[in-house]
Design a protein around this ligand. Structure first.
Ligand code: NAI
Length: 334
């Protein structure tokens, strides 16, 4: 069993390496690349790679978006402007909200059953935008829409491995990162790491490590000095999450990953997480068990330390504002 994957924003800094990694994935049989520029070139280049996926590039004329999306099993969205020094997630919203709305409209009409993986920032707001567009079209399925927060997990894995002095451990470190996907809304749960921090690790060091995960994106923005934000590490993280979704769609069991999802009130587990947070909130990044339908179950946040509870309490008010901003962009009367 193999799948059709679509990348929207495929010619960009994330889009190109992400498309490369998807082309290299044996679970992908067809790879459609859509962007407002340059996809024929990117597709021609990737099509020479000796892996099974058939690659086609699409541009807006002649219903390019619709054609790219036809028959999609999974759609990954890294379209939109990235941050630069001095540019906030709020600034991004002004441009990316409209881009994501239009792409979501395309998906809701051409591929409403596909799993949708949203990378475009600010994820805390763009995921609610996709959901509201899908609701408007009567095709919303909370199991299918994911905010990609994997880069926060990848960073947490790497930074723990650095503290432990052994980078070869990083990919085997299992550490949940929950909450949202910007600054203080990002909550790494170091106490649940499969590879604990050294005993006696100072509280001030733990706080610094937490901040490094929360603001890891800033390190990259600063180092790139005006040339954009994380692209290569994001492509790696996006491909890793996409691979998990594909393996689960194929029927593999027990695949768990943190992702920003709608906390529905059905039996999927959303209610449990809401109770753990102790606040009424419609979206949260929580560990999610993936399955053939997308979300199989939203899992408990697990045992939290007092400092992790405090981080979640600090995250929620900002998350609520971010979520509302996305919702009201599509459904202003709410
Ligand atoms: P980029 O500017 O290099 O690429 C964006 C691409 O989107 C460009 O090729 C552009 O032509 C395309 N695009 C713009 N409007 C479009 C439309 N209407 N339809 C299709 N394509 C369109 O930006 P980069 O660095 O690839 O970042 C993309 C997005 O990913 C940004 O919003 C960025 O903030 C976000 N991001 C998310 C992360 C995450 O962890 N979720 C991490 C890093 C970045």
């Amino acid at each position: 069993m193999s799948f059709k994957a679509v990348v929207l924003g495929a010619a960009g800094g994330i889009g190109q390496p992400l498309s490369l990694l998807l082309k290299a994935n044996p679970l992908v049989k067809e790879l459609a690349l859509y962007d407002i520029v340059n996809t024929p070139g990117v597709a021609a280049d990737l099509s020479h790679i000796s892996t099974p996926a058939k690659v086609v590039g699409y541009l807006p004329p002649d219903d390019g978006l619709k054609k790219a999306l036809a028959g999609a099993d999974i759609v990954v969205i890294p379209a939109g402007v990235p941050r630069k020094p001095g540019v906030t997630y709020d600034d991004l919203f002004k441009i990316n909200a409209g881009i994501v709305r239009d792409l979501a409209t395309g998906i809701a009409t051409a591929a409403p059953k596909a799993a949708v993986l949203v990378i475009s920032n600010p994820v805390n707001s763009t995921v609610p935008i996709v959901v509201e567009v899908f609701k408007k079209h009567g095709v919303f399925d909370p199991k299918k829409i994911f905010g990609v927060t994997t880069l926060d997990v990848v960073r947490a894995q790497t930074f723990i491995a650095e503290v432990l002095g052994d980078l070869s451990l990083s990919s085997s470190i299992n550490v949940p990162v929950v909450g949202g996907h910007s600054g203080v809304t990002i909550v790494p749960l170091f106490s649940q790491s499969s590879h604990p921090l050294p005993s006696g690790y100072a509280t001030s060091d733990l706080e610094a490590l937490t901040k490094r995960v929360q603001f890891g994106g800033d390190e990259v923005v600063k180092a790139k000095d005006g040339a954009g934000s994380a692209t290569l590490s994001m492509a790696y993280a996006g491909a890793e999450f996409a691979e998990k979704v594909l393996r689960a769609l194929k029927g593999e069991k027990g695949i768990v990953a943190p992702t920003f999802v709608h906390l529905t009130s059905d039996k999927s587990g959303g209610e449990t997480v809401k109770k753990e947070i102790g606040k009424e909130i419609d979206y949260f990044s929580a560990p999610v068990e993936l399955g053939p339908q997308g979300v199989a179950k939203i899992l408990s946040l697990g045992k939290l330390t007092d400092s992790e509870k405090a981080l979640i309490d600090a995250a929620v008010p900002e998350l609520v504002i971010n979520i509302e901003k996305g919702v009201s962009f599509i459904a202003p009367s709410k």
